[in-house]
Ligand binder design. Structure first.
Ligand code: GLV
Ligand code: MG
Length: 324
């Protein structure tokens, strides 16, 4: 282990993160009753400029009047390059004190962007004598943000998670896309002729680098990595394939831009019973090994050692949170 140790963000369940436009009272009400682990109340891109003021009011009312228990509640503020961001924070944090768990900052480009929002939140928390400390979620969705992702991840002690905003990222990098967060058939590999003389075309994952880069930056700084939106809400199989890739790379969860995507995401990011049973068996075997003064043992014919404990503990803890 390095001598440099980053504190882990609070262990919140974040298998799904539902986006809800603050401009729709009906969607806000539905979201409070749904099964998303985290709900983010949006003031940014799902809300038209003329609706921003009304959306803030809706969000204040929803935070004060609806029952959000069992969920983590976040609010996506507008970007730092807009005239809305400061009022988003001041109005909602003062109008619904102690209600939000997280604030999500979109289009973060530099560590100073996070520092600015941290400063504002800190002032409002002090002024309102808040007892709950708000955490920060960050969307990485520009070339600048990705270039500075490590510094951004380390920019505030409030930081909890990094999210891959694939739609804006594609726009920023001028990537050629056919749908939000899915593959593009032009991103593929044509094999040389195989033994049968045939050549085969394999689709690749054009988001692999960006998502992997974000996962590494998040994990290195003790934060949760999250995969962002998948635009085709009718394509459940496409959503699941993308969510599984994100899960395999180490993401904690994925966004849902429609309530039907919540269950798909919760399912994919829930460890299976056999995985949990195996993790418990690893912990038992390692406890026994420690008693006998051994650092490694075999379980089902495979070597396990002290490094196996951490992963097993994380998995068992997650299973306990889900069961709670
Ligand atoms: C999310 O905000 C995205 O741009 O994908
Ligand atoms: Mg975006």
């Amino acid at each position: 282990m390095s001598f440099t140790v980053f504190e882990q963000a609070p262990a919140r369940l974040n298998r799904s993160e539902l986006a809800v436009p603050g401009s729709s009272v009906r969607f806000l009400e539905k979201a409070a009753q749904g099964d998303a682990d985290v709900v983010f109340l949006d003031l940014e891109d799902a809300v038209a400029p003329d609706e921003k003021e009304k959306a803030r009011k809706n969000i204040i009312q929803a935070l004060n009047d609806l029952d959000w228990s069992g969920k983590t509640v976040s609010m996506r503020i507008n970007g730092l390059d807009t005239p809305y961001m400061y009022r988003d924070l001041v109005e909602v944090l003062e109008g619904a004190p102690g209600k939000l768990d997280l604030v999500m900052i979109p289009k973060v480009g530099t560590a100073a962007d996070v520092y600015t929002v941290d400063c504002l939140i800190s002032q409002i928390e002090a002024a309102t004598k808040a007892t709950k400390r708000i955490g920060i979620e960050i969307i990485i969705e520009s070339a600048l943000g990705m270039a500075n992702v490590d510094a951004i991840a380390a920019a505030s002690k409030r930081n909890e998670s990094l999210h891959f905003g694939v739609a804006d990222y594609a726009a920023s990098t001028k990537a050629a896309t056919v749908g939000i967060g899915g593959p593009n058939p032009n991103y593929g590999v044509l094999t040389d002729p195989l033994e049968d003389g045939e050549r085969h075309y394999h689709w690749g994952d054009m988001w692999h680098y960006a998502l992997s880069r974000l996962v590494v930056a998040a994990r290195a700084h003790g934060l949760r990595p999250l995969d962002g939106p998948f635009g085709d809400i009718k394509d459940a199989e496409g959503f699941k394939a993308q969510a599984r890739r994100a899960m395999v790379l180490g993401c904690e969860g994925k966004w849902a831009i429609h309530p039907t995507q919540v269950a798909l995401s919760n399912d994919i990011f829930t460890p299976s019973e056999s995985e949990v049973a195996k993790a418990r068996a690893i912990l038992d075997a390692m406890e026994q090994a420690a008693k006998e003064g051994r650092g490694a043992v075999t379980l089902d014919g495979k070597l396990i050692d002290i490094a196996s404990i951490k992963q097993a503990e994380v998995l068992v803890h997650k299973a306990e949170q889900i069961g709670a």
